[in-house]
Design a protein around this ligand. Structure first.
Ligand code: GDP
Ligand code: MN
Length: 387
């Protein structure tokens, strides 16, 4: 789960990390109130709040030197959508804008904490080449990427921190600030079950102080049950609507570009089903795992999800009955189809526990549902039908 930058900065503040003062607006009538919260004498930085980076490159982060600049920025963005290199072509809605006190920058650094599969640890990545695309820096100037691993207590030793500070050519006071930032970030990462914490840029101000100019936080979805305060910060408007609804029903759903809706029980089987569709030159419209405990209700919700995608021209259901009873699933499918007038072809492959009874139910339902025994035949069939 992602947070907005302003929410991440509020968390940063509680962990003693230096961020700019800001005023938040969700309504153009609140501009004055927001500006009253900051020192506007040198202007401010207006920042679109959306779950994406790369805002600066498309005008979503702008230095405003006058009140008129702020008004113009709000007029330009509030209620609109922002499209960046990190979003899809539809972009993300802009419902919040942050007006931040201006920082004068001497140098832009990069810092992040990530779950590093390679080293099987949490790693800190730091670079003197901040403000830029860090993947690009890693490609072209790998020597500019400094790395350190957190130990099992989520800490980096003082020795390592100061070594990196030395490589960044920080002065004595900046080294101490750097150590405090690293320590606090590590603590925040651990306390809040983060999977990513990124500060890009971490700047050295004209007064020589380290300052977090941007803040990106990603929370491990699997830990949300014990991060109740953070769950309250979820902004559904920034997520794929169907993926969001699926999450609410404990279904694993990922939207894709194709036109064959898939409903499968088990992630591995879902992958296999998508592969088989592709093998016959079809394109899946989604990945959907209804889980090992597929019930009539979950099948119904899954159908609703798949059918809400206007690109879906056919549905392939692939259920392997282990604990799940195929006859109950078949009844779920029949009910779901009857509830809403489904006008796309549906191919169903049932195997395992009570699959014969399931197939009989489907066949005598009088509905336009084709039962198949093998996945190959089922995939071939649905690809034919959507063509
Ligand atoms: P992103 O493009 O979405 O990653 O948004 P950032 O928060 O990183 O802002 C983009 C860029 O705007 C930064 O890299 C800075 O160069 C610039 N910027 C942001 N805040 C300030 C500020 O207070 N003062 C100055 N001079 N530049 C800023
Ligand atoms: Mn940034």
């Amino acid at each position: 789960m992602n947070l907005h930058e302003y929410q991440a900065k509020e968390l940063f503040e509680t962990y003693g990390l230096p961020v700019s003062k800001r005023g938040i607006i969700t309504d153009r009538n609140n501009i004055d109130e927001a500006l009253n919260l900051i020192d506007f004498s040198n202007g401010c930085v207006a920042k679109v709040q959306a779950h994406t980076g790369g805002r600066g490159k498309v005008g979503g982060v702008k230095l405003c030197s006058s009140y008129e600049d702020v008004i113009a920025f709000v007029e330009e963005w509030l209620g609109k959508k922002i499209v960046t290199i990190q979003t899809d072509s539809a972009g993300l809605p802009v419902n919040v804008i942050s007006l931040e006190e201006l920082t004068n920058i001497d140098k832009e650094l990069y810092m992040s904490l990530i779950v590093d599969r390679g080293s099987k640890s949490i790693s800190m990545i730091v670079s003197e080449a901040g403000g830029m695309n860090i993947e690009e820096v890693a490609e072209t100037n790998p020597e500019k990427i400094l790395k350190a691993q957190l130990n099992e207590n989520f800490k980096i030793s003082n020795e390592e921190i100061f070594k990196i500070a030395q490589l960044l050519a920080l002065n004595e006071s900046q080294k101490e600030q750097f150590k405090s930032i690293v320590d606090n970030c590590c603590l925040l990462f651990k306390d809040k079950d983060l999977s990513l914490l990124e500060i890009n840029p971490l700047v050295i101000t004209d007064k020589g102080n380290l300052h977090c100019l941007d803040a990106k936080i990603n929370i491990d979805e699997n830990a949300l049950y014990r991060q109740v305060d953070l769950v309250a910060l979820r902004d559904a408007s920034q997520e794929d609507q169907r993926e969001y609804e699926a999450k609410q029903s404990d279904l694993s759903y990922v939207a894709l570009e194709g036109n064959i809706g898939c409903m499968v029980n088990g992630a591995g089987l879902a992958m296999g089903t998508m592969d088989t569709i592709k093998l016959y030159d079809g394109e899946p419209a989604n990945f959907l795992d209804v889980g090992g405990t597929a019930t009539k209700e979950r099948v119904s919700i899954a159908f609703q999800l798949i059918l809400s995608d206007v690109n879906v021209k056919g549905i392939l259901v692939n259920i392997f009955g282990g604990i799940v009873r195929c006859d109950l699933i078949a009844q779920g499918i029949i009910d779901a189809i009857k509830e809403r007038s489904v006008d796309v072809p549906i191919v169903v492959r049932l195997q395992g526990n009570q699959s014969e009874r399931g197939k009989k139910l489907l066949n005598k339902s009088g509905l336009n549902v084709i039962g198949e025994d093998s996945l190959q035949h089922a995939a071939q069939k649905i690809v034919e039908l959507v063509k």
